[in-house]
Ligand binder design. Structure first.
Ligand code: NAD
Ligand code: MG
Length: 394
């Protein structure tokens, strides 16, 4: 990197936010923090503001903004709130790279705003790509944006594919092998999975992540969303992608070539590695993540996922084939179902049941504009809430 890169960090108070701030602080000669955004965690945002002194800090609501402004009144920072302000920092002329790490569908508009302003996109917020799909990728192509996958699996695939400037070349690729840890319930019986608590579901064996993605990892919805994410990013269909359960999370994904070669990307499971690669590509920078010691790991296991205990994975492939708004429907249903599970309104296995019913009951329509995605998202949320309220078949 010749020129120091100015970063806008969306989702600054989250798990990806933490790791991104760590990389920025390790390389003050390479990166500066222009702006940060988060939803409600004022206390953490105040700490970030004191440590990094961004020019702008945006909170989800006006009250959180006011509270932050009071806590940090001595700092020369502009405080703002709401989605419009998030779109504005993501597209500011003072920004080079935007880390899209807001959780869920809420990240879509700010991410699109960054794409339209031709920023380098560091995409952690998979839900925005899953829901807007073709529209998202069309904008990326139209604005000739560098889209760096931050999701560890997709970052791994990116590293294993031949690169020509930015164009991924998929020539001679026979399939992608998307690894999955299998989550905390990999070996649990269906009977035991019925009684899972939110605390158990949040306790991921290998990765420390936000609550929602931890639940998604336990239900394999995360792998379903990643399957769709990989289809859009690498121009594939679900049949080109094999999900492989690999409980050690050392192989982050692989690309299988026509000649029989399989190229894997490996490392200690730590999001700082894909984040740093996204920020420094095509160069590499240090991360302070320990080097992989294969003697310590000793053994790498691989197996097929169990679709009976983890139906979300199949639902994701179904949604892809239904096309149009189906993927937004599935994502919205899942966001509502996960919230209901966290609030102990439904059981763990009900998450997939709600997702399935929404996908079956709400007809998918073709996506012609962003309004269509928002309409699909809204209808699916309403239907999911009704299904949970009525509680039939749950
Ligand atoms: P998290 O829950 O730890 O943090 C989420 C962040 O988004 C917080 O800063 C929160 O304030 C912000 N946020 C939530 N709702 C918002 C809203 N309505 N408006 C503005 N900001 C909002 O989540 P995380 O684990 O950091 O994950 C963030 C994203 O990255 C998710 O899309 C997740 O799927 C993806 N991701 C995370 C990991 C990981 O290891 N944590 C790995 C791959 C992908
Ligand atoms: Mg992942």
């Amino acid at each position: 990197m010749v020129v120091k890169q100015s970063i806008c960090l969306l989702g600054a108070t989250g798990s990806i936010g933490d790791s991104t701030l760590d990389i920025i602080s390790q390389h003050p000669d390479k990166f500066s923090l222009f702006a940060v955004a988060a939803n409600t965690n004022v206390k953490k945002m105040a700490e970030i503001c004191r440590t990094f002194l961004p020019k702008v800090a945006v909170m989800g609501g006006v009250e959180a903004r006011d509270e932050l402004a009071t806590l940090c009144s001595e700092l020369p920072i502009q405080f703002d709130w709401g989605e419009e302000a998030m779109c504005s920092i993501a597209s500011s002329s003072e920004v080079d790279q935007v880390m899209a790490a807001i959780m869920g569908f809420a990240g879509l508009k700010p991410t699109l705003s960054a794409i339209r302003a031709k920023k380098r996109i560091l995409l952690a917020n998979k839900e925005s790509l899953v829901t807007a799909g073709r529209l998202f990728m069309d904008e990326v192509a139209k604005h000739q944006v560098t889209l760096m996958p931050i999701d560890s699996e997709h970052n791994a695939i990116f590293q294993c594919l031949p690169q020509d400037n930015f164009g991924f070349q998929k020539s001679h690729v026979s399939k992608l092998l998307l690894t999955a840890s299998g989550g905390p319930f990999r070996e649990w019986s269906l009977e035991d999975m019925k009684k899972v608590t939110p605390a158990e579901a949040c306790n991921h064996p290998n990765w420390s992540m936000g609550q929602k993605i931890s639940i998604d990892s336990a239900s394999l919805m995360n792998k379903g969303l990643e399957l769709i994410e990989a289809c859009w990013l690498f121009d594939m269909i679900p049949e080109d992608i094999e999900v492989v359960v690999h409980p050690q999370s050392i192989v982050h994904s692989m690309v299988s070539y026509e000649d029989g070669s399989v190229i894997a990307q490996m490392g200690v499971p730590d999001m700082k590695v894909p984040i740093a690669y996204g920020m420094s590509w095509p160069e590499r920078i240090t991360t302070k993540v320990p080097q992989l010691n294969l003697m310590d790991v000793a053994k790498l296991d691989f197996s097929a996922p169990d679709l009976e205990r983890f139906p979300n994975l199949k639902l994701a492939a179904d949604a892809w084939h239904l096309g149009g708004t189906a993927m937004a429907h599935l994502n919205a249903a899942n966001e509502i179902a996960v919230e209901a599970f966290l609030n102990k309104q439904i059981g763990f296995l009900d998450i997939a049941t709600v997702n399935k019913q929404v996908l079956e009951q709400l007809p998918a329509t073709a996506i012609v504009d962003l309004e269509g995605v928002f309409e699909g998202d809204k209808m699916a949320r309403e239907l999911a809430k009704r299904i949970i309220l009525v509680g039939n078949n749950l």
